[in-house]
Design a protein around this ligand. Sequence first.
Ligand SMILES: [Zn+2]
Length: 236
Amino acid sequence: MNLTVSDENSQFFRQIWTILGIQSILKSDLIYKISYKLNLPYKPTALVKKITQAISDGILIEKEKLLYLNENDLKVIQREKNNFEESNKKKMLQHWNRIEESIDPWMSIIEEKTKKMDAKSLTLNAIVKAIMTEDALKEGTTIPAKKFHIQLENDALSGSIEDDTEDDLLFQIDLGKKAIFHNCKDFLENLSEKALCRHFYRIFMYVKTKDPILSKNLLVSLYSKKEEWEFKESQL
Ligand SMILES: [Zn+2]
């Protein structure tokens, strides 16, 4: 796709703000959206620099972890609302949805984020392999993703899983409290060993695409601090 955005910071971020239709955004989200959703030719590392520069130039304002566009550029957006062609935006959104389906968005962001951690030499896919048994992984891939109904909320995710042989299954993963609740037979039989059953494969894959940062924090914690986690039966 031939989308033109300016490389000049002020105009660049005005265009991004217009395309995304945002008021404020987390830095990690911004990097993710520019690199992978909009598929603009900027690597996460280059974007970190670009954003840092924009903050020190007063183009972006950082407040409580969120990035805002400065007042002047907001006014320019208002004045020149049609600056960025509507058709361009439509094209981009189609593209965006396609990218969403096909790309694994988390790796390069995660690699930067995990640099300081003990698990740095492992990719997150490798961590999933490390924290689940081979059987659970194999079985996990055979359960259709559509059987999972998952909600994400801050540091927690929860939901249900349709199952042919058992009643609907529940799960909850609370990263803040380091607690996992679930109620399938496998999980309950292996509670004392804190074994992740087949259902967690799809759940991890889901978080991975929806919230790369949460998935990194969650998986690294399960990998390196499993003894601090509690595994419990879901209460109906
Ligand atoms: Zn299970």
